[in-house]
Design a protein around this ligand. Sequence first.
Ligand code: NAD
Ligand code: GLY
Length: 360
Amino acid sequence: MITLTVDLGERSYPIYIGKGLLGRDGLLLPHIPGKNVLVVSNETVAPLYLDKTLTMLSGKRVEHCILPDGEEYKNLQTLNTIYDVLLRNQLDRNTTIIALGGGVIGDMAGFAAASYQRGVHLVQIPTTLLAQVDSSVGGKTAVNHPLGKNMIGAFYQPRAVIADTATLDTLPDRELSAGIAEVIKYGLIRDRLFFDWLSENIARLVAREADALAHAIEVSCRNKAEVVAADEKESGQRALLNLGHTFGHAIEAGLGYGCWLHGEAVAAGMCMAAIMSKKLGWLDSDDADRIKGMIAQAGLPVNAPRELSVERFLELMAVDKKVMDGVLRLVLLNAIGHAVITDDYKPEQLVDSIRASYEA
Ligand code: NAD
Ligand code: GLY
């Protein structure tokens, strides 16, 4: 087992990464201060991993809440069902909510923990690659609104993250690829060495080779932990973690939540950011091609969906959380391994970049 730390002073917490952590004695209980626990999961993950999770909770009073599966349920209505269970069972302020699942469960259970009785304890047990490398770490929690992705939420850190890599054995290939998109993101925004490693090893990740996956998860979490420790509430460099997300969130909301997976939308969004970076003269053609090639090799989309017009993209992107005083700031690349957040572009350059992103 590898243990990393998200260094946030008194609110610092460990990320445990390893194969077979679910069910391991002594790992979870030290992070649960009170008697009451609510495990939040969904109808796909619970049959696979709820029992193992319960074996780690002996001596606690444990309730569970099993939500429907899908990004289309990541909304206020579903969130309310978590509050219903908390209240019906009279769970108090010293309760710990455990998020057992992918990023959808992590974000919703996390927001429930942030808001129920103004905040109860939270532990993340991520079971998708995407959640293990990104969403379970760093304390962003949210639900979607029909007009914008992740628009209602809070920063709320967990007390621990337990990433059992054995859970990835049951993950569908398409979901694994979606997680690889966020792995590639770290190489692109701040870790050139990791990008070069990915260039050599992307096929091994797709083939689920255990040592390659373990390395990718560790390096990704290390990158994420460093960024979060430096800028917890996204007043600066944390925004770089949103490479591809402004375009990607527009794709998710525009096509309907759940149509493209989050990681797929981010993948196409990163290609769109690369195209725009090239248009601005910041990234050379070879590097833009390398990025597109790697994303394609991971089994991910590299083009914008034609169903979304340029006008629709612009409309959806206008509610992005990086809009400041009416100006949309974008995360772009001025080299592989170096991202910047900028509003230093002309509107027509954004329009041209979206146009150039549709499949030729
Ligand atoms: P997801 O939670 O929908 O999980 C993907 C699918 O895999 C679901 O059908 C799920 O039931 C299933 N699944 C989960 N674990 C499984 C397992 N071990 N075996 C078999 N099936 C399993 O999607 P995701 O990709 O994990 O997360 C995407 C979400 O995360 C999006 O809503 C996105 O906005 C959010 N996100 C949040 C952050 C953050 O910092 N909070 C970062 C990135 C993404
Ligand atoms: N996934 C973006 C962030 O955590 O900031």
